[in-house]
Design a protein around this ligand. Structure first.
Ligand code: ZN
Length: 298
């Protein structure tokens, strides 16, 4: 039997009131532990004092670092940033989960690792817009806001690299549960060979969207490292989607090892119908109380 993989989830700061790591980290832990292949630890960093290298996890002792974390540039010391860069550059695995692509707008290496980011006053200096036209990734130097989303509604996600280990065997289109559809992201690595868009979603103008096909799941190579970036999973409701859950589990394994050994789940959302985990929705303090997500946008 192969050894179990070691994962560490970093949280403690997720961009203020928008994202509640206290709610989402236990679900990330549950998802990883359910695979049976990960030992999972959580490191909660200070949201008020500078994170020194000794406060951060000992990165090289993990197979994958999962970032449920969104902090300003000055939160991490140069030494902590350097330790992370050495880890990733040397072949480490990273999972960038939802709002983690808001973090560290001026840390160049971090923005190369996430490939695309948004908010925190990012603008044209952050890089190009990136979207898909006819299934092909294009870049766009237009000016404008960086990072936006409409109301939280279900939307279909389309596989663009269905043969990639993360998506292999899954339906090529599935209806994602109510979530923020991130669009207008920008990044320095866009257009370079190190980013692959695994799945995309159309951002509807009727919901404040771009009218473009936007990247949802990506892989990035940085040095020898592997990064899996999922823009999905704003809260427990959106995380309850079997599509989110499965691609997160598989993306974590791929980031850790470069392959996926997990079986394809027996049931999966279809192109027209969501499939979600009631036991996960129950963890949501708003929707778990029975509110309709479409009526209870917050
Ligand atoms: Zn969000």
């Amino acid at each position: 039997m192969t050894r179990r993989l070691k994962a560490v989830i970093i949280d403690g700061e997720t961009g203020g009131r928008w994202h509640r790591w206290e709610e989402t980290t236990p679900l990330l832990v549950l998802a990883l532990e359910e695979t049976g292949i990960f030992d999972v630890e959580v490191v909660t960093l200070s949201d008020s004092s500078v994170v020194a290298a000794t406060d951060a996890p000992d990165f090289p002792s993990y197979d994958v670092v999962v970032l449920n974390y969104d902090a300003p540039d000055e939160r991490w010391s140069p030494e902590a940033k350097q330790a992370f860069e050495l880890y990733v550059g040397g072949g480490g695995g990273v999972v960038v989960y939802h709002g983690a692509d808001n973090s560290f707008p001026d840390w160049q290496a971090y923005n190369e690792m996430i490939a695309l980011g948004g908010w925190r006053d990012r603008d044209e200096r952050a890089g190009h817009y990136c979207y898909l036209v006819g299934g092909k990734v294009v870049t766009d130097d237009a000016s404008g806001p960086t990072g936006s989303h409409g109301r939280r509604l279900p939307f279909p996600v389309m596989a663009r690299r269905p043969d990639h280990p993360v998506l292999r065997g899954l339906p090529t289109t599935w209806m994602h549960h109510a979530d923020e559809l991130y669009d207008r992201l920008r990044g320095p690595a866009v257009g370079l060979a190190n980013m692959t868009v695994l799945a995309s979603a159309f951002s509807p103008p009727g919901n404040q969207g771009t009218g473009r096909d936007e990247p949802m799941l990506m892989t990035v190579e940085w040095g020898e490292g592997r990064i899996f970036h999922t823009t999905l999973g704003h809260d427990a409701m959106s995380m309850s989607c079997v599509g989110f859950w499965t691609t997160l589990q598989r993306g974590c394994e791929w980031a850790a090892t470069g392959d996926v050994t997990q079986p394809v789940p027996e049931s999966f959302p279809t192109a027209t119908h969501v499939l979600y985990r009631p036991d996960v929705v129950e963890r949501d303090p708003v929707y778990g109380a029975g509110l309709n997500p479409i009526d209870a946008v917050r």
